[in-house]
Design a protein around this ligand. Structure first.
Ligand code: NAD
Length: 463
């Protein structure tokens, strides 16, 4: 890999020079770039819709909701709060520090590398870009090669709308990512899987570069039938959406599997079937409301999960697929073996295992016994269970009576814990993610204490 060091040197030097010029520190520059993102989203909306349909089969309404609308909301939020975020904050000092003043100043980190994923190619690229711009950095973005139409629209639109001396897009796959990682960045923001995250961290360690890792995992949804006050109709719609409705189940915070009470499992299966049909019709393959599987490799991976004999025999709904259309039917499985791949690996597709428990409280132990998820969901109004889930399980976020929605709340941090990643972003957390909070202290000469200074003698201890 050593000889590849020359790659991207020019691009990096240019964004480094731009950063050093101080241009991106100007609040007016940051605002102009955030405004430009809004214009890009508005004026190039149809290109974005077309690319998302081509790569992922996303309907334009889903594309608007999950990518254009969500990113525009975040850009507006950053614009509206930028003055407040960038203002230095006075800090109180102890009397012993008199006479002094102190403040916190947010300074940009420098040149940041953003490596993004394919399932929300615009959202997962622009969301960190917004934070990096708001904080005054320059940026190299490498989108995923698995959504090539979207990657190409990102290149063209970012070229046309944003300041290219400060923000550049590099296209390519693993080898391009590896070449980029040989360079010295001031921050690496990575969205993807755990395997590549280890490569990213190892490369970052060489330069002691701070990293944020936005990873995945298995997000459980606890569906409590004994909690009497829930609205089943709304709950089912939200579960169906949380599993199949965002990129066809290829979402890091999508519901991976359900935990529910054994005696209510048949009722749950019937309800889920009913709402799958309501959402995607009797023949979901003809539906334009469910995204396709990204490529043949992921299609075969998902088929492989289903084809394990004991898993196959646990299918209670769906199970059909069409490789040519990269389509897998929304599928429900009842109690597949817990040691099967479908229950030990992140599913990332439209397969929904239901695991039954005698007692819903056992879900707490079930979740605790496994890797820390990016999100935990609880469909319950049982306050005791809610409290136990909050305090006795660990996850990036926990949401009750809904799924995925926490992603769009600017005032909540988004990120994982343990194997689901570390570092957080969105709203002010994005600004902070790409900033260094510098402690600034201004001392006066009015009072001075001699015991601080050598030469040492015992008298100085008595003061
Ligand atoms: P991935 O790890 O394969 O790829 C992520 C990015 O890294 C891509 O840009 C890819 O080209 C690049 N890459 C791949 N190999 C590389 C290498 N050797 N060196 C440098 N860069 C390399 O992940 P993916 O398939 O794009 O995404 C799926 C995973 O991402 C899932 O686990 C999912 O849960 C997770 N994810 C997390 C979030 C989140 O916000 N936490 C969002 C979406 C996806």
């Amino acid at each position: 890999m050593g000889s590849l060091m020359g790659d991207f040197e020019e691009e990096l030097q240019e964004v480094r020079d731009t950063f050093n010029s101080g241009k991106t520190r100007e609040i007016s520059w940051r605002k102009s770039q955030l405004q430009a993102i809004l214009s890009l989203l508005k004026e190039r909306e149809s290109d974005i819709f077309k690319a998302l349909n081509q790569d992922l089969g996303k309907h334009h309404v889903e594309a608007f909701r999950d990518e254009i609308g969500t990113v525009a909301k975040s850009a507006k939020y950053a614009l509206g709060n930028l003055n407040k975020w960038t203002a230095s904050k006075r800090v109180k000092l102890p009397l012993a520090a008199f006479p002094s003043r102190a403040k916190l100043v947010h300074e940009p980190l420098g040149v940041v590398l953003i490596l993004s994923s394919w399932n929300f190619p615009f959202g997962l690229s622009f969301e960190p870009i917004i934070g990096a711009i708001a904080a005054g950095n320059t940026i190299i973005l490498k989108p995923s090669e698995l959504a090539p139409a979207c990657s190409s629209v990102l290149v063209k639109t970012i070229h046309d709308y944003l300041d290219n001396s400060a923000i550049k897009v590099v296209e390519g796959g693993a080898s391009v990512g590896e070449k980029l990682l040989q360079h010295n960045f001031d921050k690496i923001f990575f969205t993807g899987g755990g395997r590549v995250a280890q490569i990213v961290m190892a490369a970052a360690a060489k330069n002691l570069t701070p990293v944020t890792l936005e990873l995945g995992g298995k997000c459980p949804a606890v569906v409590d039938f004994i909690s009497s006050t829930w609205d089943r109709k709304i709950a089912m719609k939200r579960i169906i959406w949380g599993k199949f409705g965002a990129c066809g189940g290829q979402a890091c915070i999508g519901i991976d599997y359900i935990l529910t009470q054994k005696k209510f499992a048949p009722t749950l299966v019937e309800l889920l079937k009913k709402y799958i049909k309501k959402s995607f019709g009797d023949n979901p393959m003809e539906s334009n409301s469910i995204a396709k599987i990204i490529n043949n490799k992921h299609f075969s991976r998902l088929k492989g999960l289903l084809d394990e004999p004991l898993v196959k025999s646990s299918i209670v709904f769906g199970g059909s697929s069409n490789e040519e259309k990269l389509f897998i039917e929304p599928t429900i499985l009842l109690d597949p073996p817990l040691d099967s791949a479908i229950m030990t690996e992140e599913i990332f597709g439209p397969l929904l295992p239901i695991i039954t428990l005698e007692n819903i409280e056992d879900s707490v132990e079930f979740i605790r016994a496994r890797a820390k998820p990016l999100s935990v969901y609880g469909f319950t109004n049982n306050e005791k269970l809610q409290k136990r889930m909050i305090s006795e399980t660990s996850s990036g976020s926990i949401t009750f009576n809904d799924a995925i929605i926490q992603y769009v709340v600017d005032t909540l941090p988004f990120g994982g814990v343990g194997g689901s990643g570390f570092g957080r972003y969105h709203g002010k957390y994005s600004f902070e993610n790409f900033s260094h909070q510098k402690a600034v202290m201004l001392r006066g000469y009015l009072i001075d204490f001699g015991f601080r200074y050598p030469p040492w003698n015992n008298k100085k201890l008595q003061l």
